[in-house]
Design a protein. Structure first.
Length: 265
């Protein structure tokens, strides 16, 4: 069934590093409080554990797609009748990945492993990198593309060819010190790709003392306007996206027809 309006919830949350059960309970509480009309609930990057800088600890915390954390989040999606998106520490064949998930209401999950690893943060010492582009997920008549944090800095990787997707979802642990880059890049990706962009970030302070800004999760429309954002007082932001308005804009201002063709190696 196609929905002309997609109701999005940005769930900005403080993450208790390494405490999977507490984080899952917090997520469950926040999702349970969403209005019935919600179609997609979006969580931050590594929402069950936070970033783990020790390889041995990361491996011990990492789970399979069929593990307890993903089962519980799939149940949240089913119980609330809305899709749930975020990322988690995943383990496959003895390797650790930063893996995005998108659970639909019937329990079906789509996964994507982070392509661009943040060298300055030591991610290459912890995670394996994906060899594939992120998927485009068809949900309620919308085409949705999930990416993870540092992926946002690479416009070719995010490029929307022939309007293949309508909504770019960016889940992140983006530090407060680089907030201006985060906000600017979200706006840029929306303008250049003629799409909605939703960026959901962690907030608070992690176990290493790194600060993440409160109110740093936003939704940007196809013109580059910020149409929703969280705040310290309101860490859950709700917004309705219109596919009709998006398509009207694309028809009236078809810059996508002049875009360059390319391949990603």
């Amino acid at each position: 069934m196609a929905f002309s309006t997609l109701n999005i919830a940005l769930i900005e949350t403080e993450i208790i590093d390494f405490d999977v059960d507490s984080n899952l309970q917090s997520i469950a509480n926040r999702i349970a409080q969403l209005p019935e009309m919600c179609d997609v609930a979006i969580l931050p990057e590594l929402v069950t554990t936070g970033f783990v800088s020790d390889a041995e600890r990361a491996l011990s915390l990492a789970e399979r797609n069929t593990g307890d954390s993903m089962h519980r989040i799939a149940d949240m999606a089913h119980n609330k009748n809305c899709a749930v998106c975020g990322s988690f520490l995943a383990r496959t064949a003895g390797r650790v990945f930063n893996r995005a998930f998108f659970f639909e209401t019937n329990g079906d999950g789509t996964f994507y492993d982070k392509k661009h690893l943040f060298t300055m943060g030591g991610e290459r010492e912890i995670f394996a990198s994906s060899s594939k582009s992120s998927p485009i997920i068809r949900f309620r008549g919308w085409n949705i593309k999930p990416i993870i944090c540092y992926d946002l800095r690479f416009p070719v990787f995010c490029r929307n060819v022939s309007n293949d997707y309508d909504l770019l979802v960016v889940v992140a642990n983006w530090p407060k010190a680089r907030y201006n880059a985060w906000k600017s890049l979200l706006v840029a990706r929306a303008i250049e790709n003629c799409c909605y962009v939703c960026g959901v970030n962690r907030c608070g302070t992690n176990s290493d003392g790194l600060d993440y800004a409160y109110g740093s999760s936003i939704v940007v429309d196809y013109k580059g306007n910020i149409i929703a954002e969280t705040s310290m007082q309101n860490p859950t932001a709700l917004v309705a996206l219109s596919i009709d308005k998006l398509n009207q804009f694309r028809s009236a201002f078809p810059v996508w027809k002049d875009a360059d063709r390319f391949t990603i190696e």
